[in-house]
Ligand binder design. Structure first.
Ligand code: CU
Length: 155
């Protein structure tokens, strides 16, 4: 009986996966591309050079134009750059790591994505609340893991 319950529950959860995607506003659609760490670093450097408006604790602060492609790079043990976004505007967020596996966790909201080297995730995002948000790494990535905190500012 327990075995049957487990099988049925596994099937229910399996069927729910696409339903959550469509109806639950969870598991957002992502575009994923293969990318080398060097190429991603190049794209991020160009993005920072174009839209840099300042610096915070040695990390560049970038204010991209509304609706543009924005980049966030994870590496041991930082997120770069600090993103300054506008509320109610849709952006295409490109996310990747240039070394090991990291986890993007937007605090205090509960929004989580894996950040995997060699893959560039493109997420379509629309910030709905103004404020300062922290990007915490939620995938243990080495000695400095607990200091790996980035920032997104929504105005
Ligand atoms: Cu990390």
């Amino acid at each position: 009986m327990w075995f049957s319950i487990a099988i049925v529950w596994a099937l229910v959860m399996f069927i729910m996966m696409p339903l959550w995607h469509v109806y639950g506003k969870q598991n957002p659609s992502t575009e994923t591309y293969k990318v080398t760490p060097a190429d991603f670093q190049k794209d991020v450097d160009a993005f920072i050079a174009k839209y840099k408006v300042g610096e915070e604790k040695g990390v560049p602060v970038v204010a991209p134009p509304p609706g543009s492609d924005i980049y966030l790079l994870a590496k041991q043990w930082s997120w770069s750059p600090v993103l300054k976004l506008k509320k109610g505007v849709t952006y295409r967020l490109h996310l990747s790591s240039i070394d090991v596996l990291h986890g993007f966790s937007l605090y205090p909201l509960s929004i989580n994505f894996m950040v995997i080297p060699d893959y560039e995730y493109v997420l379509t995002i629309t910030p709905t609340q103004a404020g300062e948000y922290y990007v915490v790494c939620n995938e243990y990535c080495g000695l400095g893991h607990q200091q790996m905190v980035g920032k997104i500012i929504v105005e």
